[in-house]
Design a binder for this molecule. Sequence first.
Ligand code: URA
Length: 187
Amino acid sequence: MENKLEELAKVCASCQKCALGATRTNSVFGTGNPNAELMFVGEAPGEQEDLSGVPFVGRAGQLLDRYLYAVDIARKDVYIANILKCRPPKNRDPLPDEETACIDYLREQVKIIRPRIIVCLGRISAMKLIKPDFKITQEHGKWFEKGNYLMTAVYHPAALLRDPRKKEDMMEDMKRIAEKLNELRED
Ligand code: URA
């Protein structure tokens, strides 16, 4: 399992399938437990992630860490990745052709890790992975079954930094995710 992920990460590190290959410092493949039951998928690396090669280490990532801690989930037990593996200049939204070029890396990661639950972090990830017309304000915290996976979406931590009123909903959603994980373990 680990070897397959490592091999894929190496391919990703030298990927030139889209123009972001020319502007990145590091590709940000994903980190965490290769056998994780819970996987989080964000949008794309930001500045700190581009510099370090690790997803969700900047301000948004530190906020995500606090929610994980609050619901008693260890970051080392989950797997965290993004739709795009390279940072779009000035953190603009991913372009459709960049998503198309990159999505197979994520598909492969999911196939290797086989998590029980996939949590989309934010609208862009939910629109790509759950449904194209996903409405994050109305549908965050709802469960969707897709193939072998249970999927849900929560607000992107960066959105919580911009609008702290969303934090209450985020806490509720994260609690339900932790509960769902415990239920699945009991089955
Ligand atoms: N935002 C994301 O969507 N992903 C990261 O890795 C960091 C910030």
